[in-house]
Design a protein around this ligand. Structure first.
Ligand SMILES: O=P(O)(O)OC[C@@H](O)[C@@H](O)c1c[nH]c2ccccc12
Length: 262
């Protein structure tokens, strides 16, 4: 079993346990469920913003502990105040050390928040809404085309947007009317191999009507400039900031460089 299979198997068990504990009707009564969501699409199309989707990630299966001490409210507020277009918050506990509470704490900020998790069931979309997320991630590598369509339509019904994540050419068929924002993960979730060029190669095969996001392994302003020149509007960056003792400060310095080199 590769790591992605392991994560998905564990996810199905967790979802079944959580469903047994909290009903959808109960999720719908939680205070953040009723808030008006923000549009990632709108934030990414705004040329006055950086396009950076700044991630809060404590650990990962590929890197182990990245930052064991960072405070989620502090870091995500620094990301926001220094020009992030969106926040990405890991909510997977077992493999990424995240939690629902992390996302709720990040909600002090008024920019879109992506619930970063492995979504395989409508129930997790209801949870995303209840914890104050604006966007969910759908990973093509662990869903059929029909599942993507069904889950994306469900998200839309709850006024949540979808970031569809692709890695392979074969996954291009997962793009559908319901998925307006398409991310290309430079990291293979099965082997952890990172290849920054992957976004550039695959971008050419994504319809112009979709908003493109480059994901993973991004560590320089030059990377961003290259992605921009190839039509990308969003840049998902985690480790490059989280590995610093003060991720918010690292983010601010990065944005400063981005402005100087513009
Ligand atoms: O830390 P990086 O290399 O900047 O990558 C961020 C983000 O793209 C990565 O965390 C990610 C991309 N797709 C995922 C799916 C699940 C968990 C995590 C991810």
């Amino acid at each position: 079993m590769n790591i992605l299979d392991k994560i998905i198997a564990q996810k199905r068990i967790e979802v079944a346990e959580r469903k047994a504990k909290t009903s959808i009707a109960e999720l719908q009564q939680q205070p953040l469920y009723a808030r008006a969501t923000l549009s990632l699409k709108q934030f990414l199309l705004d040329d006055t913003k950086t396009g950076i989707i700044a991630e809060f990630k404590r650990q990962s299966p590929s890197k182990g502990v990245i930052n064991g001490t960072a405070d989620v409210a502090e870091v995500t507020s620094a990301y926001t105040n220094n020009g992030a277009s969106c926040l990405s918050v890991l909510t997977d506990e077992q493999f990424f050390g995240g939690s629902t509470n992390d996302l709720i704490k990040a909600r002090v900020n008024s920019i879109p928040i992506l619930r970063k998790d492995f979504i395989v069931d409508e129930y997790q979309i209801e949870e995303a809404k209840a914890m104050g997320a604006d966007v969910i991630l759908l990973i093509a590598a662990c869903l059929t085309t029909d599942e993507v369509k069904r889950l994306a339509a469900y998200a839309k019904k709850l006024s949540l947007e979808v970031l569809l994540e692709l890695h392979d050419e074969e996954e291009l068929q997962h793009i559908c009317d319901e998925t307006e924002i398409v991310g290309i993960n430079n990291r293979n979730l099965k082997t952890f191999e990172v290849d920054i060029e992957r976004s550039l190669r695959m971008a050419k095969q994504i319809p112009d009507t979709k908003i493109k996001v480059a994901e993973s392994g991004i560590s320089s302003v030059e990377n961003i400039q290259l992605f921009k020149a190839n039509g990308f509007r969003g840049f998902l960056i985690g480790e490059n900031f989280m590995k610093a003792e003060n991720p918010g400060k690292a983010f601010a310095a990065f944005v400063q460089q981005l402005k100087e080199k513009a």
